[in-house]
Design a binder for this molecule. Structure first.
Ligand code: NAP
Length: 328
C-alpha cells in the first residue's frame, strides 16, 4: 500500500516540486492549502487537498490523520517584523506538531528549516527559523523528527533569486555581498530528492541536516557570475553594491511597505543575511546516513531554470565543461 505524506506549503516554490516528487515516487500526497492559495501547478497530479491555514486546528487534524509522515514546508520568507515571521515559522510548527502528536499512530515529522537558522541574530527570519526548530525539539516528545536546513534554493518557480540571475543573463551583475563571502546553493530538484530519500530511510542517523549542491567550499559572487558568463557566452559587467546603499534601499522598502501594505522581502535583516561572509555547508552527514548526493551542478541548474544555452548557445552548450567537481 502507498504511504501517505501530509505536506504543508505545497503551493509554494519548494513545496510544489516536493508534491510532484512524492507523487512520482509512489506516495499519496495530502496537502494543506488556503482558500487563497494558487493550486494550478498541482493540477496535473492527484492530491488530497485539505483547506485551511496553519492556525486552523480542525484542518491540521484532517491533514495529518492516518498519515505516515508529515513534511512541514510552509513558511514565511517575506516579512517586516519578528512577529510576522513568528506567527508562521514558530506557531505554525507548534500547531502542525500538536495535531501530529495528537494522532493515535504518531507520524514522523520533517521540518523544512533553513541554513539561516545557523545565524539567528542576523534577521527576524533567521530567528524565527531557529525558534521553529527549537519548538520541534522541545515538544516532539517520543515522535521521530528531523530538520533540513537548505541553503539558498533556486530553480523554476523561485521568485527571490530569479531577478538577480536574470540581470546577470542580460549582462549586469549586482554583487550584494562581500567579495570574500562564500555561500552554498542548491537546485530545487536535488532538495526534493533529499526529502523523499530522508522519508524512505530511518531518521535515526538524521537530526539537523545541512546540505548543498556539492560545490566544495561554496561560491563567491564572482564564481556565480563566471558561471553565467560561461553559459551565456557573454561578458557580464560587475557592480559591487555597498552595505550603506543596501541598508538605505532596505529602509526605503520597509517604509514603503508600511505605507502601502505589501509584504517586503528586501529588509535590513535581509541585508545582514546577504553581507554575512559564511553560508557554506557540508554534505557529509546526509551522504553518510542515507547516501544522498546532489546531481545538479550550478551550470546545469541555471540552464534548466532559465533555458540559457538552449538555442542561441547550443554549440557553446556542448563545448562547456562542468566548472567544478561535485564533492559527492
Ligand atoms: N527558497 C529558499 O531559498 C529557501 C531556502 C531555505 C529554506 N527555505 C524554506 O523552505 C520553505 C518553503 O520556502 P519557499 O521558497 O517555497 O516559499 P514560498 O514559495 O513563499 O512558499 C511558502 C508556502 O507556505 C505556505 N504558507 C505560508 N503561510 C501559510 C499559512 N499561514 N498557512 C498555510 N500555508 C502557509 C504558502 O501558501 P500560499 O500559497 O497560500 O501562500 C506556500 O505554499 C520555507 O519554510 C522556507 O523557510 C526556503
Amino acid at each position: 500500500m502507498s504511504r501517505i505524506v501530509a505536506l504543508t506549503g505545497a503551493t509554494g516554490f519548494i513545496g510544489n516540486v516536493l508534491a510532484h516528487r512524492f507523487h512520482a515516487a509512489g506516495w499519496v500526497v495530502r496537502a494543506l492549502v488556503r482558500a487563497s492559495s494558487r493550486t494550478a501547478n498541482l493540477a496535473t497530479i492527484p492530491i488530497q487537498f485539505v483547506e485551511g491555514d496553519l492556525s486552523d486546528f480542525g484542518s491540521l487534524r484532517r491533514l495529518v490523520e492516518g498519515v505516515d509522515d508529515v513534511v512541514h514546508c510552509a513558511g514565511l520568507v517575506r516579512g517586516a517584523s519578528l512577529a510576522d515571521f513568528e506567527s508562521v515559522n514558530v506557531h505554525g510548527v507548534e500547531n502542525v506538531l500538536q495535531a501530529s502528536c495528537d494522532q493515535t499512530r504518531v507520524p514522523r515529522f520533517l521540518l523544512m528549516s533553513s541554513l539561516a537558522a545557523r545565524e539567528p541574530v542576523l534577521s527576524p527570519y533567521a530567528t524565527s527559523k531557529l525558534q521553529g526548530e527549537a519548538q520541534l525539539a522541545l515538544l516532539a516528545r517520543d515522535m521521530e523528527w528531523m530538520v533540513l536546513r537548505p541553503p539558498a534554493v533556486y530553480g523554476p518557480g523561485d521568485r527571490e533569486l530569479r531577478p538577480l540571475f536574470e540581470w546577470m543573463g542580460r549582462g549586469i551583475a549586482l554583487k550584494l555581498g562581500h567579495d570574500h563571502a562564500r555561500f552554498s546553493l542548491l537546485y530545487v530538484d536535488d532538495l526534493a530528492d533529499a526529502v523523499v530519500m530522508c522519508l524512505e530511510n530511518p531518521f535515526s542517523a538524521l537530526r539537523v541536516v545541512e546540505f548543498h549542491d556539492g560545490y566544495p567550499g561554496g561560491y563567491s559572487w564572482n564564481d556565480v557570475i563566471d558561471t553565467v558568463e560561461r553559459i551565456c557566452q557573454r561578458r557580464v559587467a560587475r557592480f559591487s553594491i555597498s552595505e550603506s546603499l543596501l541598508r538605505f534601499v532596505a529602509l526605503c522598502n520597509i517604509t514603503a511597505s508600511r505605507l502601502t501594505g505589501y509584504t517586503p522581502m528586501f529588509t535590513p535583516g535581509k541585508v545582514r543575511e546577504l553581507r554575512h561572509h559564511n553560508w557554506v555547508c557540508d554534505n557529509a552527514v546526509i551522504r553518510d546516513a542515507i547516501g544522498w548526493v546532489p546531481k545538479i551542478a550550478l551550470d546545469e541548474g541555471l540552464r534548466k531554470t532559465f533555458g540559457w544555452g538552449c538555442k542561441a548557445h547550443s554549440s557553446a552548450q556542448s563545448d562547456t565543461t562542468v566548472p567544478y567537481r561535485l564533492d559527492s
